[in-house]
Design a binder for this molecule. Structure first.
Ligand SMILES: Nc1ncnc2c1ncn2[C@@H]1O[C@H](COP(=O)(O)OP(=O)(O)OP(=O)(O)O)[C@@H](O)[C@H]1O
Ligand code: SF4
Ligand SMILES: [Mg+2]
Length: 391
């Protein structure tokens, strides 16, 4: 298990710039895997978030993408301290979130709200919209003046494009898109500064997705909001984000301004993700690079050593890749700005075409959890590199 990974953050003590609202350094969230009826032993860990370093600037939208199971939701929840970090820090507007307890933490949570993927399961079906919206406001003492609270409710509904009559209805009386509008109004009701939107449109019909995305954008301007938008759909993230971070097995592998990252993806994983997105221009579509990733995401309970992507990387090399975990770093490449960072030992050589891709084949990887022969647990979770023409 690669627990002795290199620290990803090169400057852990660097000061947070003034325009940064959320500063995350070396964040880890490891879930213990328990076994045994009597003693409840810890037999391993799920390394859901394992060395995240990133900053979200005030008023921006940060889009976080990655495959299912790579740790996006756990990371979003850890920002709001809905998950307890194993290590690392989250600083929100200069305050270390981990240092807060009791009333201080409750007050800080007013600033940080979450919008969930499935509004049906995040909204209590037995409560009317009015009571759902008032719930958070009450918890933060925003309903003491009844008249002002009533006005606020109407304002909120207007902001998310729902009629005042919606107040007396129940969640099941709305369509999926409308329910997500209620979820957004609920998050907005306590005047947050940061909204973590976890797959906010992936449960919605394509026709409704754009409306909800546009709504989020309008609200950002109106209420001066900062967003972390978590999604597996690159198209959603591109449209809405100023900065995009690509996550793989618990950490960022690439980060940059959305336009830069889409114009010049540097990490093999990002290139593979992008190559799966069709482009509207038929000429460009014919010339589009296609990288098919073999195998699933390796288990976060048993992440590969070195570069976590090495078991699936078509550019994997015989040195460094399977032994040293690459840091997220800037690269010296013409036209690539200093804000564009990548965690790959060979980003420059891949970019220059000095290293060519090769095929990868699936393999069976030992993993805790399922019994295999001779006491080892076996599950097909990843692939290994198999150089073309090699054994
Ligand atoms: N409370 C928990 N206890 C143990 N393991 C957990 C817990 N929560 C999440 N995990 C595991 O941590 C890993 C990351 O999960 P997470 O939900 O953060 O991924 P994700 O990127 O949001 O995936 P998806 O796109 O499917 O929502 C997964 O392997 C998941 O099974
Ligand atoms: S070339 Fe090596 S370091 Fe770069 S992504 Fe592939 S396996 Fe990782
Ligand atoms: Mg998730």
């Amino acid at each position: 298990m690669s627990t002795a990974a290199t620290e990803v953050n090169p400057e852990p003590d660097a000061e947070t710039p003034d325009d940064v609202l959320v500063d995350v350094r070396g964040l880890k969230v490891h879930f213990p895997i328990k076994r045994g009826v009597i003693f409840d032993r810890t037999v391993g860990h799920v390394y859901a978030v394992d060395g995240m370093d990133m900053q979200i600037r005030r008023g921006e939208t940060y889009g976080l993408v990655g495959e299912s199971g790579c740790g996006k939701s756990t990371f979003g929840r850890a920002l709001l301290r809905l998950e307890e970090p194993t290590d690392g820090t989250v600083t929100f507007d200069g305050v270390d979130v981990a240092s807060l307890n009791g009333e201080d933490l409750r007050r800080k949570r007013q600033d940080m709200q979450m919008v969930f993927q499935d509004p049906m399961s995040s909204l209590d079906p037995r409560q009317t919209v009015e009571s759902l919206l008032l719930e958070g406001m009450k918890a933060h003492g925003l309903t003491k003046d009844g008249k002002a609270a009533g006005e606020r409710l109407r304002e909120l509904l207007k902001a998310v494009g729902l009629p005042p009559a919606a107040l007396s209805k129940y969640p099941h009386e709305f369509s999926g898109g409308q329910r997500q509008r209620i979820g957004i109004a609920r998050a907005l009701s306590v005047n947050p500064r940061l909204i973590v939107a976890d797959e906010p449109v992936s449960a919605l019909d394509v026709s409704v997705q754009a409306q909800v995305i546009n709504l989020l954008e309008d609200l950002q301007e109106e209420f001066d909001l900062t967003y972390l938008v978590v999604a597996h759909d690159l198209a959603v993230v591109r449209h809405i984000s100023d900065t995009v971070g690509v996550m793989y097995l618990g950490a960022l592998v690439e980060e940059g301004a959305a336009d830069d990252l889409y114009a010049e993806p540097l990490h093999p994983y990002t290139r593979a993700l992008m190559s799966a997105v069709p482009v509207p221009d038929p000429g460009q579509e014919d010339r589009r690079e296609r990288i098919i990733l073999a195998g699933d995401l390796p288990s976060p309970a048993n992440p590969p050593t070195g570069c976590r992507f090495h078991t699936r990387c078509p550019w994997k090399q015989d040195t460094l890749c399977d032994t040293d975990r690459p840091q997220l770093r800037t690269v010296e490449l013409t036209g690539v700005p200093g804000t564009h960072r990548v965690a790959c030992h060979f980003a420059e050589q891949i970019h220059a075409g000095e290293i060519q891709p090769h095929e990868v084949d699936p393999e069976l990887t030992a993993q805790m959890g399922l019994d295999g022969p001779d006491g080892k647990d076996i599950i097909p979770v990843s692939v290994v590199h198999n150089p073309v023409g090699g054994p």
